[in-house]
Design a protein around this ligand. Structure first.
Ligand SMILES: [Zn+2]
Ligand SMILES: [Zn+2]
Length: 365
């Protein structure tokens, strides 16, 4: 539905433009913005879509009339309003010609086909997968069983009952629309026999004419080292099949990584917490800290405080964006105070206090 943007502005024509002028404007713009001419250009693609939509409405006398009166047009509104005739206008004996229907057959020189059987790209498909923390670091291969829309095996993707021939629809003589008359009003409505395609086929019994059927498929997927929760691994062409010869969508394997009891990953860095005794923290020492590569020896400097963070360069997770690079590991120190029960230990601590009379709260005042 288009309502916010002026269709005449989109087609760069004025409101009194004739059918011929509309068609000429559309051809000119469509040639400039057609996706075949601007591969990969999102803006051109969007523009082309809007041009096409504007043309579809303005090139149809009934739709154009409705748009001029109401400032918008939405598919099906003519059929709805047909009964009420609230937007009074009478239209008699206008010529409805299939040649003015918007398709690009004549534009690009291939045979005209009705819009609705033009190739459509298939939907993207998502497949969630859960892996362990360790697997996210090393990467792993996964065998997955996906369900996607594939070409129907019964009709080979044509949507037609095997052996049957496609012919012009009897209900509309191949135009896709039929005229309805009520009083003085005449309306073009979508042909009910063919749904507007203008074609008459005997649909395939397996896919009911869609040309596709859901099928499960086993795939081997490579999850690279460094995948994290939310990583999306794209497997091109393994989404749903397209319709009417359109390309298939893509498959996205969406990763979820399980928690690790010791490591916590933030970005490509790995965080952990290391307990130290009071003696180790005060005197300094060398200890072993777990890393994803195994234990690493780290020097604890004398006078290390609880909450201090040790940075271990290059011990983090492999980077997905920059293969070969790794994040860092951050180990936060947590000093564990001994629970002394025996008299001898208490005495030593009191002596320690006497020798070190420093007041840790002196700076609070
Ligand atoms: Zn079929
Ligand atoms: Zn028909």
């Amino acid at each position: 539905m288009i309502s916010k943007d002026d269709l005449y502005v989109i087609l760069e024509i004025n409101r009194t433009a004739s059918v011929t002028e509309i068609k000429r404007a559309f051809r000119k713009l469509a040639r400039r913005y057609h996706p075949d001419i601007n591969p990969g250009d999102r803006q051109a693609e969007e523009r082309f879509k809007r041009i096409t939509e504007a043309y579809e409405i303005l090139s149809d006398p009934l739709k154009r009339e409705f748009y001029d009166v109401n400032g918008f047009y939405t598919e099906g509104v003519l059929e709805t309003n047909r009964r009420e005739t609230t937007w009074g206008f009478s239209f008699e004996g206008f010529g409805f010609s299939p040649a003015s229907d918007s398709n690009f057959g004549d534009l690009f020189g291939h045979a005209g086909r009705s819009q609705r059987r033009d190739p459509q790209r298939g939907q993207d498909v998502e497949y969630p997968i859960s892996i362990t923390f360790g697997e996210s670091i090393t990467g792993r291969k996964a065998r997955i069983n996906i369900v996607r829309m594939d070409a129907c095996g019964t009709c080979n993707g044509t949507g037609q009952h095997p052996g049957s021939r496609e012919s012009a629809c009897d209900g509309c003589s191949g135009i896709g629309k039929t005229m309805r008359t009520k009083g003085h009003l005449q309306f073009a409505v979508t042909c009910g026999d063919c749904g507007g395609t203008g074609r008459s086929i005997i649909p395939c019994g397996n896919c009911r004419g869609d040309g596709r059927a859901s099928r499960s498929e086993i795939l081997d997927v490579d999850l690279p080292p460094g995948v994290a929760t939310g990583s999306r691994i794209r497997i091109s062409g393994k989404g749903d099949n397209g319709r009417f010869g359109g390309p298939a969508g893509d498959l996205y394997v969406v990763v979820r990584v399980g928690e690790h009891p010791f490591f916590k990953r933030i970005g490509d860095n790995i965080h952990c917490s290391i307990p130290l005794t009071v003696t180790e923290a005060a005197l300094g020492t060398k200890i072993e800290i777990p890393t994803i590569d195994g234990p690493a020896v780290v020097r604890i400097p004398p006078g290390t405080q609880s909450g201090q963070v040790l940075r271990m360069r290059g011990r983090g997770a492999p980077s997905l964006l920059n293969p070969g690079l790794r994040g860092d590991q951050y180990a936060e120190v947590r000093v564990v105070v001994p629970r002394v029960a025996d008299e001898r230990s208490k005495q030593i601590l009191r002596e320690l206090a006497k020798l070190n009379s420093e007041d840790p709260r002196s700076k609070l005042w």
